[in-house]
Design a protein around this ligand. Structure first.
Ligand code: 3HC
Length: 676
C-alpha cells in the first residue's frame, strides 16, 4: 500500500506532506509516514530544517478515532512526537484548516508553528470524553499559561490563528495562499538558531486561583462528565510536575477515560451525528433543489424560532400571520432575541439588522408564491393543516417544498390533500427552534428523494442535526416520550412523588424530569377544560388552575423567578385523587422508577426500529440527546441500554413490570447482537 505521506526536498528544507482525506486523521499509515519523513530529515546531512504540512482541506484533525479500542498498529503517536521533539534540526508545522487534538499535539511538538489566517487550533478531546493524550495537556499550558489552557482543554473550543498568535501558540501568521512557500522561508530563517526551542523545556507557574475560578464558572456545564475534571487535573500537573512526570500523569488519566463508558458514549455520538445525515436509499450526489427563499406560516414562538434559523444563515424569509397584531408581536420577539444575543456578544453587533433585513412580514398567504420552501407552524390540528395545505397547493410555485412542523400528525394524510404529495415533508423543529439542534425530517410515503436530500443539506446549512423519521404518532422523539409519561403518572398513583421521579431523571443526567417538563410546557395542554371532569391527577391540578410555571403553580410551586419548590398543595391533590381511586400507597424505589420510565423508552425505540420508522439505532440516540437532553455521556437510550445496562437486564426489567417486550429487543438480548 502506498504511504499517505510523501517528502519533497526544497534545497536544504525537507517538506513532509500528509495526504489522507477527508481530514488527515493520524491513522497508522500517517504516523508511519511521519516517522519515516522525520527520520530522513534527521539523517540527511543536506537537510537543515523540516516543514510538516497537509494536503486537502485541513492539517491533521486529530488521532484516528476509528482506531480507538482496537489493537495498536504501526508507530505510536508518542513515538513520532518524541522523535520530532528531540530532533536537532528545527521542525516547522505549517497549519491550515483545523489542527485539532492529536494534530494540535503534533504542532506543539514541532519547534515552530506558522498558520494561515483561516486556520484554527484546538484540543477538543474533552468533547469525546477524553483528554489530549499525546502531551497536549503538558505542552499547551507551558505556552499559553494555566488559565488559557483550561479553556482550551476542559471546554475544547478551538481558537483562530490570530488568537493563537497572540497567546504564543503560533509564531507567524502567513499568507492564506502561500503557506508552503512561507513555511519554507520561515524554516530557513530559523535553521541555524540555537538552542532549538522545545516546549518541554519551558515551565509554567501554578495558578490555583484561575483553576478555582474556572471550576466555578463552568461547574454547571461540566456536571456529570468525567473528562473535564481529568483535563483540569492534567493542566494543574503541568504547572506542578516536571515534564516527564506530567506526561506519565497524563497517560494514566487518558487510559482511565479511554476505557470508561463515557468516552465510548461520546465517541458513539460523534459518529452517530454524522451517520444521521445519510439516507440509506438516497444517493448523496442527488441534485438538490435550490432554496433561496423560505416561507414560514405562523409567527408564534415556533414560527419565529424557525424563521431565525434561516435568517441567521443569510436566507430570506417571508413570514405570514393572520392578524397584524400577532405579526408585529412575533417579529418583535425575533428582533428582541437577536438584540439580546448581540448584547451578550454572541453575534456581531450588526447581525440583528442584517438578519431582520432579510425578513418580509405579511398577512397574505399569496406572498409565499415565490418561496422555494414553505414551512407551516400553525395550530396542531389535522383539519387546520389540511385546509392550509389545500391552499398552499394553489399558491406555491411548482417544485416548491411544502413542509409541516407537526410534532405528531400524519404527514401522509396532510400530503394527500395536495396534488404534489412528493413535495411534502415533515420538518419537526424543537422548541426553542432557534436554539435546539435537532430537526426530525419526517419522510412521507410519497416524499421525493430530492426533497429529502435538499432538506437534509439545508439542515446542515442552518446548523441543525437532522434525523430522518417515518410517519408514526410522535415520530421518534415524542413517540418515546409517551411511555415515559404514562409510567411516570402511574408511579405517582402508586405512591411516588413528582420530586422523587424528577430527581431520578435529573440524577441520571436529564435536564429535567417528567413533571418539571409538564410544568414548563403547561399542565393545561390537552386538558378538556371541564373542571367537573377529573379523570387524572393532571386534570385535578389543571382544574385548580395549577397550569405550571406560567401560573406559578403546577406539580411544584414557583416563585416570581420561576424557582421550583415541592408543593404541599400538589401533594394533597395527588393524595386526594389516589384515595378516591382506592389505590394502596407503597414505597417506590429509585431503581423501579428507572426500570419503569427509562426501560420502556428503549422498548419503544426498538419498536420504532422494527417498524422502520428510524433508519438506525444511533439515529434514535441522536434524537434523544439533541432534542430532549439525554445526557451525552450516556450515549442516548439505545447506546445506554446496550452498553451500560445490558439488553438482558432491560428485557428482564420490562418483563418484571408486565410490559410487552419488542421481539427485536428480546432476540438481541438472547443473541448478543446489536440493535440495528
Ligand atoms: N478520526 C476519524 N475520522 C474522523 C475524524 C477523526 N479524528 N475527524 C473526522 N472524521 C471523519 C468523520 O467521521 C467524517 O466521516 P464520514 O464522511 O464518513 O461521515 C469525515 O471525517 C468528515 O468529518 P466531518 O463531516 O465532521 O467534516 P467537517 O468538515 O464538518 O469537520 C472537523 C471537520 C472539524 C475536523 C470535524 O470532523 C471534527 O471536529 N473532527 C474531530 C476532531 C477531534 O475531535 N479530534 C480529536 C481526536 S481525539 C485525539 O486526537 C486524541 C489524541 O489526543 C491522542
Amino acid at each position: 500500500m502506498t504511504s499517505p505521506v510523501r517528502f519533497e526536498r526544497h534545497d536544504d528544507v525537507l517538506v513532509i506532506i500528509s495526504d489522507s482525506p477527508p481530514v488527515n486523521a493520524l491513522g497508522a499509515g500517517v504516523r508511519d509516514g511521519l516517522k519515516e519523513g522525520v527520520s530522513q530529515g534527521i539523517n540527511d546531512p543536506a537537510v537543515k530544517a523540516m516543514v510538516i504540512r497537509c494536503d486537502g482541506k485541513t492539517f491533521f484533525a486529530g488521532a484516528d478515532i476509528t482506531e480507538f479500542g482496537k489493537p495498536p498498529k504501526g508507530a505510536s503517536l508518542h513515538e513520532v512526537i518524541d522523535m520530532m521533539d528531540s530532533s536537532e534540526k528545527p521542525i516547522v508545522a505549517a497549519i491550515h484548516g483545523t489542527a485539532l487534538g492529536g494534530g494540535c499535539e503534533v504542532a506543539l511538538a514541532c519547534h515552530y508553528r506558522v498558520a494561515v489566517p483561516s486556520a484554527v487550533m484546538g484540543l477538543p478531546e474533552v468533547k469525546l470524553g477524553l483528554l489530549p493524550g499525546a502531551g497536549g495537556t503538558q505542552r499547551l499550558p507551558r505556552i499559553v499559561g494555566v488559565k488559557a489552557a483550561l479553556e482550551m482543554v476542559a471546554i475544547g473550543d478551538p481558537i483562530p490563528a490570530k488568537k493563537a498568535a497572540e497567546v504564543g501558540l503560533v509564531d507567524r501568521v502567513v499568507g492564506e495562499d502561500s503557506l508552503e512557500a512561507d513555511a519554507i522561508a520561515f524554516a530557513r530563517e530559523v535553521a541555524d538558531k540555537k538552542p532549538i526551542p522545545r516546549v518541554r523545556d519551558k515551565t509554567v507557574a501554578p495558578d490555583p486561583e484561575a483553576v478555582e475560578e474556572f471550576k466555578k464558572k463552568h461547574g454547571r456545564r461540566m456536571r456529570g462528565f468525567d473528562a473535564p475534571a481529568a483535563n483540569i487535573a492534567c493542566v494543574v500537573a503541568a504547572s506542578e510536575l516536571p515534564f516527564d512526570e506530567g506526561m506519565k500523569f497524563e497517560r494514566e488519566q487518558f487510559m482511565k477515560l479511554m476505557t470508561g463508558t463515557q468516552s465510548a458514549a461520546q465517541r458513539h455520538l460523534f459518529f452517530a451525528e454524522r451517520q444521521a445525515a445519510k439516507i440509506d436509499d438516497v444517493d448523496p450526489k442527488t441534485p438538490l433543489r435550490p432554496i433561496n427563499k423560505v416561507g414560514v406560516i405562523g409567527a408564534g414562538t415556533m414560527g419565529g424560532g424557525i424563521s431565525m434559523n434561516f435568517l441567521s444563515a443569510g436566507i430570506a424569509v417571508t413570514i405570514v400571520e393572520m392578524q397584524q397584531e400577532a405579526l408585529d408581536r412575533g417579529t418583535g420577539v425575533m428582533r428582541k432575541n437577536y438584540e439580546a444575543s448581540a448584547a451578550k456578544g454572541r453575534i456581531k453587533p450588526d447581525a440583528p439588522e442584517k438578519a431582520m433585513g432579510l425578513l418580509t412580514p405579511t398577512l397574505s398567504l399569496e406572498d409565499l408564491a415565490d418561496c422555494d420552501l414553505i414551512i407551516e407552524a400553525v395550530y396542531e390540528n389535522m383539519d387546520v393543516k389540511k385546509e392550509l395545505f389545500t391552499k398552499l397547493d394553489t399558491i406555491a410555485k411548482p417544485g416548491a417544498i411544502l413542509a409541516s412542523n407537526t410534532s405528531y400528525l400524519n404527514v401522509d394524510e396532510i400530503a394527500a390533500v395536495t396534488k404534489r404529495p412528493e413535495d411534502v415533508v415533515g420538518m419537526h423543529f424543537f422548541s426553542p427552534a432557534n436554539v435546539m439542534r435537532l430537526l426530525e425530517v419526517v419522510r412521507g410515503e410519497k416524499t421525493a428523494k430530492d426533497v429529502l436530500a435538499t432538506v437534509m443539506a439545508l439542515a446542515k446549512k442552518i446548523k441543525k442535526v437532522a434525523v430522518v423519521a417515518g410517519v408514526c404518532h410522535g415520530f421518534i422523539g415524542n413517540r418515546m416520550l409517551s411511555p415515559r409519561q404514562i409510567e411516570a403518572n402511574k408511579l405517582l398513583m402508586e405512591g411516588a412523588t413528582p420530586q422523587q421521579i424528577d430527581k431520578v431523571h435529573t440524577d441520571f443526567g436529564m435536564p429535567m424530569g417528567p413533571f418539571q417538563m409538564a410544568d414548563l410546557a403547561g399542565v393545561d395542554i390537552g386538558w378538556h377544560r371541564d373542571p367537573s371532569r377529573i379523570e387524572s391527577i393532571r386534570d385535578a391540578l389543571a382544574a385548580e388552575g395549577r397550569w405550571g410555571q406560567k401560573k406559578g403553580a403546577g406539580y411544584y410551586d414557583y416563585d416570581e423567578k420561576r424557582n421550583a419548590t415541592p408543593s404541599p398543595r400538589a401533594l394533597e391533590i395527588i393524595e386526594e385523587f389516589r384515595a378516591k381511586s382506592n389505590l394502596p400507597k407503597r414505597e417506590i424505589t429509585d431503581q423501579e422508577i428507572v426500570e419503569r420510565t427509562l426501560y420502556p423508552m428503549v422498548n419503544e425505540g426498538a419498536l420504532i426500529l422494527e417498524e422502520g420508522k428510524a433508519q438506525r439505532a444511533s439515529d434514535v440516540d441522536v434524537v434523544w440527546i439533541m432534542g430532549y437532553g439525554w445526557p451525552v455521556y450516556r450515549g442516548g437510550p439505545m447506546f445506554w441500554a446496550q452498553n451500560e445496562v445490558g439488553l438482558k437486564k432491560i428485557v428482564d426489567g420490562l418483563e418484571k413490570h408486565g410490559f410487552k417486550v419488542a421481539e427485536s429487543l428480546k432476540s438481541a438480548a438472547e443473541t448478543g447482537a446489536a440493535l440495528k
